[in-house]
Write a protein that binds this ligand. Sequence first.
Ligand SMILES: Cc1cc2nc3c(=O)[nH]c(=O)nc-3n(C[C@H](O)[C@H](O)[C@H](O)COP(=O)(O)O)c2cc1C
Length: 210
Amino acid sequence: MTEPVKVVAVSGSLHAPSKTIALVEAIVAELGRQLPVDARIIRVNELGPSFAGALTRAELPREVEDALLAIETADVLVVASPVYRASFTGLFKHLFDFVDQFSLVDTPILLAATGGSERHALIIEHQFRPLFAFFQALTLPVGVYAHDSDFTDYRISSVRLEDRLQKAVHKAIPLIQSHLAEREEIAKTLAGEATVETGPDPRRTVRLAS
Ligand SMILES: Cc1cc2nc3c(=O)[nH]c(=O)nc-3n(C[C@H](O)[C@H](O)[C@H](O)COP(=O)(O)O)c2cc1C
């Protein structure tokens, strides 16, 4: 892998400062310790009131279209939202409502959330995972859930959370690397540079090329 991995992170928090942003920054920093990354963080609270009111992609301001293109072309996504009424925030969902339905097929996605209590830790499994399953994305096996007492002044202050975050990234790295290696093989196959013996699963090549 020679090129930096294009990591795009999305925070669904409506506030600044934000615990969700602190968590996203820590996950992106940990990924950066283990892989060469080119990272961008998208904060929905910065996308502006015209984003909240838009009903079609054509109505979106230029910077939101730019954020959507970044999401759709990312090598790896990190997605995080505060828990609001047992789900992600409305603006987080509103952003993904504009994302092209097939642009995230097989994209590795690390899931994360922050909540006021530990009781909503399963939001990762029953809200985030189904949303990204719809997109046919590769949701990474370990998600990261944090709650208010894991932070002090909007900084992570819990060893438990640091451990969880490192475990999530550690488990993600081989999957990300094999996904990128396979994607490279597919590109070579499509360009006629790989032999059938060394190339990727042809069924997957057909799916990604379509
Ligand atoms: C409108 C609203 C609804 C919330 N609903 C929940 C909830 O259902 N469960 C929960 O654990 N925390 C809930 N919280 C607390 C936030 O999820 C929590 O404080 C979060 O870490 C805030 O993240 P932020 O600092 O990035 O904005 C809610 C907060 C607000 C403002």
